[in-house]
Design a protein around this ligand. Structure first.
Ligand SMILES: [Ca+2]
Ligand SMILES: [Ca+2]
Ligand SMILES: [Ca+2]
Length: 276
């Protein structure tokens, strides 16, 4: 094993934490891939004022529910599992949610849909998180809802539901057998905010709501964080040193940070450059 001037290295290298990639849609720059209900019973339009602050998305619509999908903004779709932690947030203000003039509440959730793995006549597999039930009374002012999760989790985290099959006993929507939370999040084709909670039916409802500040934060794993605890430190160095030497084939050895089939000083340099 190569002699390593560890104390010197630690004194020299002190930089780098997990990278956070944040995207916020403020509607000051247009829809950025978002859309809302349009048709004979209402519309969705960008308003220049009245947001939180400034521009915002306003929807006045009558239907069973309202859904706001995005299938084109790369920040919000694709492979979530390259991140160790993802946070999705949205601001909403409710002027009206009513049924024949009577105020009601409706679910408000974010749904992440993967079309590729769908089976059994379902249009997609999805995982979804119920933020709350929105109403004019509870959301008269701007309210922020957010959820933070580990996209690599195989189990549904607390508060999350699945869709794409039906529980044979309870008839509740579930993920198809063999499809995990991480499977869906490895290939998100559409992200949608919606009042249509899977497994429920709703009557025609009058909606008048505004949305703003739709955001996603992806904390990307540092490859040098070999034990996946979010920091690059002595524990990772120990793992790298234990793997020192030839390490074929490429990809079989996480400590081979530059992928040249040997764990050596070049990999050590990468790890120390990422030291927190
Ligand atoms: Ca705004
Ligand atoms: Ca670590
Ligand atoms: Ca290497």
């Amino acid at each position: 094993m190569t002699q390593i001037p560890l104390a010197l290295a630690l004194a020299t290298f002190s930089c780098g934490i997990a990278l956070a990639q944040q995207t916020v849609v403020t509607f000051d720059n247009g829809l950025e891939g978002w859309s809302g209900p349009q048709g004979g019973t209402g519309s969705t339009t960008i308003q220049a004022t009245g947001g939180n602050p400034g521009a915002n998305l306003r929807t006045i619509f009558n239907d069973f529910g309202i859904t706001f999908p995005n299938s084109t903004n790369a920040a919000f779709i694709g492979d979530y599992t390259t991140a160790t932690e993802v946070t999705i947030a949205i601001d909403i203000r409710v002027f009206q949610v009513s049924f024949f003039g009577q105020p009601v509440s409706r679910p408000w959730l974010v749904e992440l849909r993967d079309y590729d793995g769908a089976s059994g006549g379902y249009p997609w597999n999805s995982v979804w998180y119920l933020f709350t039930n929105i109403s004019a009374a509870a959301n008269a002012n701007w309210t922020t809802y957010s959820v933070t999760f580990d996209p690599r989790s195989t189990e549904l985290p607390p508060g999350w539901g699945g869709y794409g099959a039906e529980d044979p006993v309870t008839f509740e929507p579930i993920l198809p057998p063999g499809v995990t939370f991480a499977d869906v999040l490895a290939g998100v084709d559409v992200i949608a905010f919606t009042t249509l909670q899977p497994g429920y039916f709703f009557s025609f409802t009058d909606f008048n709501v505004r949305l703003d500040n739709i955001s996603i934060d992806r904390v990307v794993a540092d490859p040098a964080d070999l034990n996946g605890d979010g920091i690059v430190n002595g524990a990772d160095l120990t793992i790298l040193l234990a793997a020192w030497g030839p390490c074929p084939p490429k990809g079989a050895c996480p400590a081979d940070l530059n992928g040249d089939s040997v764990v050596d000083g070049a990999d050590l340099t990468i790890l120390l450059a990422a030291w927190n």
